[in-house]
Write a protein that binds this ligand. Structure first.
Ligand SMILES: [Zn+2]
Length: 242
């Protein structure tokens, strides 16, 4: 999207001053975006006066402050996992607790509260790490594939063939697709999100098999397929910070 002009603006709010980069673009509505470093970006079409833009930012000040803080907290709270009992793993929107079990049989299972890592030597860091990562990969494959099969049903009448699922670690997106190759790639970290968020990303990618770009048609199809997609998107952005 072409940027027509850029300026830095400051507004006073109940949450203190908010500094934001304001851009004029050829778009229809006011857009608000917060980057990971805490920078706030607002874009608006020419037809929207600056005082309206400022009021918009002021009206969203709670949301902006929360988002900026959660990014900051997230950046600090990222110590290396130790793979010890009591540590948390986020799985399908829930915080599960690790329990290390000394066992001659090595495997991972979970009961909705605990993730049990059965391992011969409980002090063997790499082994525990591999066991858990392999298990999480398996879960991604099982759960994402199941979701894709369910969602695909709704796209059969559009002539969409069942695509191949690829998993990747991505730092800036939840998923991507190559409609002409029949591939959907999903971010492994989606496994941390509630199921409806995973569904939302899968619907989004499938809609690209019908409309490759983020056109009006794309969004109207998504709206028909998943009327509450906006809520799921918001929840996803709140629950898993990339
Ligand atoms: Zn897209």
């Amino acid at each position: 999207m072409k940027t027509l002009s850029t300026e830095t603006r400051i507004v006073q709010t109940d949450q203190g001053d908010i500094v934001f980069t304001f851009e004029r673009k050829k778009i229809k509505n006011i857009n608000l975006r917060i980057r990971h470093n805490g920078n706030v970006y607002v874009s608006a079409p020419k037809s929207v006066p600056k005082n309206v833009v400022d009021s918009f930012v002021i009206s969203r000040c709670d949301y902006i402050k929360n988002a900026v803080e959660s990014f900051a907290v997230n950046d600090i709270q990222k110590p290396e996992m130790q793979y010890v009992s009591g540590e948390n793993v986020t799985f399908l929107g829930k915080n599960l607790r690790i329990k290390i079990v000394k066992d001659s049989n090595e495997y991972v299972n979970y009961d909705g509260i605990y993730i049990f890592i059965h391992v011969k030597r409980p002090d063997y860091y790499n082994r525990k790490k591999n066991l858990l990562n392999n298990w999480l990969n398996d879960q991604c494959n099982i759960i994402f594939d199941k979701t894709m099969r369910e969602v695909h049903q709704k796209f059969v009448s559009y002539g969409v063939n069942y695509p191949q699922l690829k998993l990747r670690n991505m730092t800036s997106r939840w998923g991507s697709c190559l409609p002409y190759k029949g591939v959907i790639t999903l971010n492994k970290r989606l496994i941390e999100a509630p199921k409806n968020c995973i569904e939302y990303v899968v619907y989004h990618e499938f809609c690209h098999f019908v409309h490759p770009n983020h056109s009006k048609h794309f969004y109207s199809l998504l709206q028909v397929m998943l009327p509450d997609w906006k809520e799921s998107k918001q929840l996803l952005e709140k629950s898993v910070i990339l």
